[in-house]
Write a protein that binds this ligand. Structure first.
Ligand code: ADP
Ligand code: ZN
Ligand code: ZN
Length: 676
C-alpha cells in the first residue's frame, strides 16, 4: 500500500505533433485514475507550452525515471472520454496511412475539443417535432429486391456495393435503409463527396426524417457549428449525420448503418496532411462496429467493382444492382457519337449539335453543354514571337479569365492583369488558344441570341449561396442553355433537361495517367445521366475524333460492367491496382535536384535493401513538376501483397524521417495514391 503511493501513475498521451511517438506523463495523485480514463482529453506541458492530448493508455511502465515525468495539468471531464470505437478507428488510420497517431486523433476533432479550456456544455440540436413528412413513393420492383437482400442478411457487418444507373432511385434505397435503422434505435452515418454540390440530398433527408435531429459535418461549417454538430453526434442527439470525408471520424455511440454515396468520387480522399480515404475507413469502421455499409454509385471505382464482382477471387462486397430508372416512363438517354473528323466543329460546336440545341430551344427544354475547363481559354499566346502565358511559379500556363480581365494560375492562385501587349515583343495582337466555359458561353450567346444562358463552374458558383441560386434558376426553368463543368454532373435532377453534349472529351483518352479512362467514363456517364430524368426522353451527344474507342462504345450502350471488365483485365495484365498495392513518396524543394536526391536517398535506405516482394520505381519529377516555386518529385513503391507493403512502409517511414534533408525540403508518404 505504502509502496503503491510512491510509484507515480503514468499515462501515455497522444499529442498533435509531427512526431511518431507518444508521451508519458505522471498523473496527479489526488485524481483517481482508472482504465476508463483512456480516451480522456488532458492538458499537459510540452516544452514551454501547454497542449491538449488524449490518453491512450494508463498505468504504463515508462522508460523515463519517475522524477523526469512531468505531471498532467488537468483532465478535461466536460465530455466523456472518446469512445473505444473512435480510438480503434483513429489508431487504424494512423497505422495504415503511417501518420503520427496524435495528428490523426487531434486533427479529426472539432475546435471545441482541441481547446485548452473545457468546453462549456453545448446543447446539441434538439430533435424537431415531427417539421409532417411527405409520403415516400411506392418502391419499384428493383428497389424492393435490393432492400429485400439487405434485410435478409440481417444485422452485423456486411459490405454492399449498390450499383444503380443514374436516376435509378439509389437515394430512395438509402432513405428506406435509414428509416429501418432509425426505427431500430440506431444512428446513421451518410457520407457524400461534397455537400455543396448536393444541397438536394440534404433537403431530401431532412424532409423525410424531420425528427431525426439531422446534422451535417463538413469543412464549410463555422467552427462553432461544427463543434455543436459533432457533440450532437457524439451524445446521440443527432440520429443522422450527413457529412463529407472528415465525418467518417464522428463518434456515434449507436451507429447502425454507414452509407457512402458516389463512392467512386476522389473527394473521399484527403489530399493533404493525413492522406486517408474516407470510403476505405468507412468499410473498416463498419466491420469494426459490426454494422452494414453501403457504397453507392452509377460508376463504382474499379477497386470496389473488383471487390463486388469477385474478380480476382475476392467477392468481398455484395453487389446490388438497379438497372432501370425509377420514374415511370423515364429511360436512359440515347447516346449519339459525332465523328468530328467527318463533321468539323466550328468554335467547338458541330452542325449536328447546333441543330439539336435549336430543337431543344424550340421544344422549350433545357440543354447542357459540358466542358470541363473553366476560364475563357487555357492559355494566351503571341503569334508574332511565340510567347505564351506561363505561370512564373508553376510548370503550368496562366488561364485567361475574360470576365474579370485577368490571367490566373489554377494551381497556385497567382493572378495578373490581362496584358495589353506581348511582354516580350510588344505585339498588341495577343490570341487566346483553346477554349474554356467562358468562351463557349460567348459563342453560344452569339449563335442563340434569344436563348437564356447560364454558366456553371467554380467561378460562377464559388459560394454555396451562388450555387444554390444557380440551381434554383435551373430548376425554375430560368435558363435554356447551361454551360458547365463537372459541377453539374453530380446527383442533380433537372426535370427540363433533355439534351447533354460533351464537346471535347478526347483529351483524357490518351492521358499518361492510367486512371484517366476510369475518371473520364465516370464523368461522362454522370453528366449524361442528367438528361431526360423525368418523362421527357433525353439525348446525349459526344463529339470525338475516336468514335470507335471502346470507352465511347461502352458509354453508348450504358455498359458500365463491360467497361469495368475491360479495364480490370488491362490492369491485371499490367499489374496495376487493384491487383497491386501502391504507396507514393513525394518530395518538394526549391531545386528539383534536391527533391530527387532526397528520394534517391530514401531508395537507398536499409529498409529497402531488406524488403522482399516490393518493387521500387525510379525517382522522377511529378507531372506538374513545379508548383508555387517548389519543384516536385515522386517515388512509387508497389507490391502484390498489401501486408508486405504495409510491413515495409512501417520500417521505411522511420528511416526516411532520419534522413538529412535541405531545410526547405518537404516530403510526405501517401498510401493508395490516386494521382500518379
Ligand atoms: P439516383 O440517386 O439513383 O440517381 P434518385 O434516387 O435521385 O436516383 O431518383 C431519381 C428520381 O426517381 C428522383 O426524382 C426520385 O424522386 C425518383 N424515384 C426514386 N424512387 C422512386 C420510386 N420508387 N417511384 C417513383 N419515383 C422514384
Ligand atoms: Zn510577342
Ligand atoms: Zn502557378
Amino acid at each position: 500500500m505504502a509502496e503503491r503511493q510512491t510509484e507515480p501513475c503514468v499515462v501515455r498521451v497522444a499529442l498533435d505533433l509531427p512526431l511518431r511517438r507518444l508521451f508519458d506523463y505522471r498523473f496527479p495523485d489526488e485524481q483517481h485514475l482508472s482504465a476508463a480514463d483512456v480516451g480522456c482529453r488532458v492538458r499537459v506541458p510540452i516544452g514551454q507550452r501547454q497542449r491538449i492530448g488524449i490518453i491512450v493508455a494508463v498505468g504504463v511502465a515508462s522508460e523515463l525515471a519517475p522524477a523526469e515525468l512531468k505531471p498532467v495539468l488537468e483532465v478535461l471531464r466536460d465530455q466523456g472520454p472518446l469512445p473505444d470505437a473512435w480510438l480503434r478507428l483513429t489508431s487504424f488510420c494512423a497505422a495504415y496511412y503511417h501518420a503520427p497517431l496524435g495528428q490523426v486523433m487531434l486533427g479529426t476533432l472539432p475546435a471545441r475539443m482541441r481547446a485548452l479550456a473545457p468546453a462549456r456544455t453545448l446543447a446539441g440540436r434538439k430533435p424537431g417535432r415531427s417539421r409532417p413528412a411527405a409520403p415516400p413513393p411506392p418502391l419499384t420492383a428493383e428497389q424492393q429486391m435490393v432492400l429485400g437482400s439487405v434485410q435478409a442478411d440481417g444485422c452485423g457487418f456486411h459490405a454492399y456495393l449498390l450499383h444503380g444507373v443514374t436516376g435509378s432511385g439509389k437515394t430512395e434505397v438509402y432513405l428506406r435503409l435509414i428509416e429501418r435503422a432509425l426505427a431500430a434505435g440506431q444512428q446513421v452515418l451518410l457520407l457524400v463527396p461534397e455537400i455543396n454540390l448536393t444541397p438536394q440530398l440534404e433537403a431530401r433527408v431532412a424532409e423525410r426524417f424531420p425528427a431525426a435531429g439531422l446534422v451535417s459535418l463538413h469543412s464549410d461549417l463555422a467552427e462553432a457549428a461544427r463543434s455543436r454538430n459533432w457533440l450532437a453526434a457524439c451524445s446521440g442527439d443527432a440520429r443522422i449525420v450527413l457529412g463529407t470525408r472528415l465525418a467518417v471520424f464522428a463518434p456515434l455511440p449507436e451507429l447502425g448503418l454507414i452509407i457512402v454515396d458516389e463512392e467512386h468520387d476522389s473527394s473521399f480522399k484527403q489530399q493533404d496532411g493525413v492522406r486517408y480515404s474516407a470510403r476505405d475507413l468507412a468499410v473498416f469502421r463498419a466491420r469494426d462496429s459490426g454494422v452494414p455499409v453501403v457504397l453507392g454509385s452509377a460508376t463504382p471505382s474499379l477497386e470496389s467493382w473488383a471487390n463486388a464482382t469477385g474478380d480476382g477471387g475476392r467477392g468481398r462486397y455484395r453487389l446490388l444492382s438497379l438497372r432501370q430508372r425509377a420514374v415511370e416512363g423515364s429511360r436512359l438517354p440515347l447516346v449519339r457519337i459525332i465523328d468530328t473528323r467527318l463533321e468539323k466543329p466550328q468554335d467547338g460546336l458541330s452542325g449536328t449539335l447546333l441543330q439539336a440545341i435549336e430543337q431543344c430551344l424550340y421544344r422549350r427544354e433545357q440543354s447542357l453543354i459540358f466542358l470541363n475547363r473553366r476560364g475563357y481559354a487555357p492559355v494566351m499566346s503571341c503569334p508574332a514571337c511565340g510567347w505564351i502565358s506561363g505561370c512564373e511559379r508553376c510548370a503550368a500556363n496562366l488561364v485567361l479569365h475574360l470576365v474579370d480581365r485577368c490571367l490566373r494560375c489554377h494551381h497556385c492562385g497567382f493572378q495578373t492583369r490581362l496584358p495589353r501587349q506581348c511582354p516580350t515583343c510588344g505585339n498588341q495582337d495577343l490570341r487566346p488558344l483553346g477554349r474554356g466555359t467562358q468562351r463557349l458561353e460567348m459563342v453560344l450567346a452569339e449563335r442563340f441570341p434569344q436563348a437564356r444562358l447560364l454558366r456553371v463552374d467554380r467561378d460562377s458558383a464559388g459560394s454555396r449561396k451562388q450555387w444554390t441560386e444557380l440551381l434554383r434558376r435551373i430548376h425554375d426553368g430560368e435558363a435554356d442553355i447551361l454551360v458547365g463543368t463537372q459541377m453539374l454532373a453530380k446527383g442533380h435532377d433537372f426535370p427540363k433537361l433533355t439534351l447533354v453534349a460533351a464537346i471535347a472529351p478526347d483529351a483524357a483518352l490518351f492521358a499518361a495517367d492510367w486512371r484517366a479512362p476510369e475518371r473520364l467514363f465516370a464523368q461522362l456517364m454522370q453528366v449524361a445521366g442528367r438528361a431526360g430524368r423525368s418523362e421527357r426522353p433525353g439525348e446525349v451527344l459526344l463529339q470525338t475524333q475516336f468514335p470507335d474507342h471502346p470507352l465511347y462504345q461502352a458509354l453508348q450502350h450504358h455498359d458500365y460492367p463491360g467497361f469495368a471488365a475491360a479495364q480490370l483485365k488491362e490492369r491485371r495484365q499490367a499489374g496495376f491496382p487493384p491487383y497491386a498495392y501502391q504507396a507514393m513518396l513525394r518530395a518538394e524543394a526549391p531545386r528539383m535536384a534536391d527533391a530527387i536526391a532526397f528520394l534517391a536517398a530514401a531508395r537507398d535506405c536499409a529498409a529497402v535493401a531488406a524488403a522482399a516482394g516490393i518493387c521500387f520505381y525510379d525517382p522522377v519529377p511529378m507531372r506538374l513538376s513545379r508548383r508555387a516555386n517548389m519543384e516536385r518529385g515522386q517515388l512509387l513503391v508497389e507490391s502484390p501483397s498489401r501486408r508486405a507493403l504495409q510491413a515495409f512502409l512501417a520500417d521505411w517511414v522511420t528511416q526516411i524521417e532520419a534522413l538529412r534533408a535541405p531545410a526547405r525540403l518537404r516530403w510526405h508518404l501517401e498510401v493508395d495514391p490516386l494521382d500518379l
